[in-house]
Design a protein around this ligand. Sequence first.
Ligand SMILES: Cc1cc2nc3c(=O)[nH]c(=O)nc-3n(C[C@H](O)[C@H](O)[C@H](O)COP(=O)(O)OP(=O)(O)OC[C@H]3O[C@@H](n4cnc5c(N)ncnc54)[C@H](O)[C@@H]3O)c2cc1C
Length: 357
Amino acid sequence: MGGGIIGLATAERLSAHGLSVVVIDERGPAGGVTGASGGLVRALDLSAAHSWAAEGLDRYLRRGHHGRWPAVRETGGLTLFGADDSARAAEGVERVRATGHTAELLDARQIARAFPGLTPPEGFTGVYEPRAGWLPARETAEAMLRDAGSVTFLGGVRALEIVTARARVTGVRTTAGLLTTPAVLLAAGVHSTELARTAGVELPLRTRSVSFCVFAPRGREGGGPEGGGPDVPGPLPTVLDTTTGGWLRRWDDGTAVLAGVPSPVLDVLPTVTRGVSAAEEERVRAVARHRYPRLADAALVDGVTAHDALAPGDVGTVTAWPDPYGLVTATGWNGGGFKQAPASGRYAAELVREVLA
Ligand SMILES: Cc1cc2nc3c(=O)[nH]c(=O)nc-3n(C[C@H](O)[C@H](O)[C@H](O)COP(=O)(O)OP(=O)(O)OC[C@H]3O[C@@H](n4cnc5c(N)ncnc54)[C@H](O)[C@@H]3O)c2cc1C
């Protein structure tokens, strides 16, 4: 249930093991949060106990299991740490290296020299991962679905209820009728809460606002390198600033910069819309300009107002429920589900296969 990046990564793995899989999505593939994702991928994820981000990056760099997913835009990825946090940066380098990926520690001067647009304050350090970057999220999800050749995708079909008998999953009631199945993977984002409840499972997810702005920096001295137009000069890695949570990357067509700053606002409507409010634009600009000053007077050219599902404890989890037996949930990704989807999907598929065995 759910044809976002998590459901599709799981479906692809299940079909690779020869299982008969039906994906139900009330919209279409990547029609929810995934379609709005910034698609940043890197190995470093200090918030997680496991190394799913590193496993995810590895799989993305291999372009999936058959070499057919879109290629990672290997701009490099920089995770910034404040002056009082250099020990965590050093630990981050070690953690990345322990997963087999490359990482190096850069000081503020090295960062400014390598990436002239960035201005980390003196004392800041960065964990630089040369093979990190970003992917077009929707195209990647669609490529996963293509790889899952035998999967039936029921787009435009709404799941209404998980049907159980004697504490076991027996099916899913949908707007297209009843599907009989001994196992259900519930990956419907924040809507998983109401669907889990139909099987007597409490999955207390909330929505957290997650948005980004697309800024087109003005050309130098009123004109770009060719005498006009937007201008994002020089190399620009994906950036995650752990002191503010702010993140940015070059926009898909190279002429602009996508920037987001985590919002504390919870319980927003679970919708995805194009554009951002003036207040959001100012909130993001006020933070992002301190690391990338060209954003101070850049024109807002695009943006997304969306959300992600937030679980208690802030950590996304994959769980096989004992009651009803046959239910596996994969939810609560809190703005970071894309980078680890190949790993969480791999794990969710393992749990589903155990249930069936
Ligand atoms: C603006 C933004 C930027 C982001 N940037 C990054 C990033 O750079 N890197 C990163 O790692 N993560 C990022 N994320 C987070 C990441 O995109 C999400 O964690 C991830 O896409 C969640 O995937 P999902 O499959 O759980 O949810 P979704 O993609 O929302 O999939 C759930 C699906 O379930 C379907 N559904 C719901 N209810 C029903 C029902 N009753 N019946 C049928 N179908 C149903 C929906 O239509 C939807 O398609 C970002 C998120 C946002 C919003």
